[in-house]
Ligand binder design. Structure first.
Ligand code: KIV
Length: 300
């Protein structure tokens, strides 16, 4: 079977299927999506997993970071993605402060994504410090994807969006984080913006799949942000590749639409409907006599 073909194209992807893909050395394809039509297109294209990332805040809602994203934002967009998804595994990001306050709060918040939005799993940022949280969620039947390296919710601690774990001490710490997540029961872990050599080491040491973004080709899969893949963002991050210029296509379609409205070329006859000429004549006759809807019945 070709590496470009999913394990079983007819079957919905499960967390255990991702593990089987790692074992079969079949690269896992994950992408973010935030609404029904884009999820449908990703699903039809055969991606294995769709992440409703809290990147929602930056690429869709216009915030400067992921920190303002709320539970309500994530629940609504996750439900929209699930409605557009038939085969791909739908994973919801736990937003900032939804899993830090208390164990009870975390469990309730994570559970809402499965119960109210229909997601199959949640993702949360952090390594050793969230291992007990991951264990608690997994024990409650909530599959968890970990996320380590350049975790955007920690942007204020990192002092910007920088590649992480370039030095040996930090690299060792990241390896410990990865093992802690696996030991806690995570079904996969995202490795974001870490050196390729380190990501390859993590991928070799873990039994669970690693999904890289800016972490080189040695991961078990890759994740990209929808708008980056399509060339719809204001800029393209170093770790992304534009596979299309959809932004340019949208802009030129909008210009063409605006021009046609302004010069009267749109709408044409075929874009609307018409009344029977007798009905038009009747309306004109009644209006001439000052008759309104309320008294039209009497007149007839
Ligand atoms: O929020 C997001 O989109 C993410 C991915 C980039 C991994 O966390």
């Amino acid at each position: 079977m070709s590496a470009t073909v999913p394990l079983d194209p007819a079957r919905p992807v499960t967390t255990t299927a991702l593990r089987a893909m790692k074992d079969a050395r079949r690269p896992i394809v994950m992408v973010t999506a935030y609404d029904t039509p884009s999820a449908r297109l990703c699903d039809e294209a055969g991606v294995d997993a769709i992440l409703v990332g809290d990147s929602l805040g930056m690429v869709v809602l216009g915030h400067g970071s992921t920190l303002p994203v709320t539970m309500d934002d994530m629940l609504r967009h996750t439900a929209a993605v699930v409605r557009g998804t038939k085969r791909a595994l739908a994973i919801a990001d736990l937003p900032f402060m939804s899993f830090q306050v208390s164990a009870e709060d975390t469990l309730r918040n994570a559970g809402r994504f499965l119960v109210e939005s229909g997601a199959a799993a949640v993702k949360l940022e952090g390594g050793m410090r969230v291992a007990s949280t991951v264990r608690r969620l997994v024990d409650a039947g909530i599959p968890v994807m970990g996320h380590i390296g350049r975790t955007p919710q920690s942007v204020n601690q990192f002092g910007g969006y920088k590649v992480q774990a370039k030095e040996s001490a930090a690299a060792l710490e990241l390896l410990d984080d990865a093992h802690a997540l696996e030991d806690a029961g995570a079904f996969a872990v995202v490795l974001e913006c870490i050196p390729a050599e380190l990501a390859a080491m993590v991928s070799a040491e873990l039994q669970i799949p690693t999904i890289g973004i800016g972490a080189g080709a040695g991961c078990d899969g890759q994740v990209q942000v929808y708008h980056d893949v399509l060339g719809m963002g204001e800029f393209t991050p170093k770790h992304a590749k534009r596979y299309a210029e959809v932004g340019a296509v949208i802009r030129s379609a909008m210009e063409a639409y605006a021009n046609e409205v302004r010069d009267g070329a749109f709408p044409a006859d075929e874009h609307g409907s018409r009344m029977e000429p007798t009905a038009v004549a009747e309306v004109e006759r009644l209006r001439e006599r000052g008759i309104h809807a309320v008294d039209a019945g009497e007149e007839a």
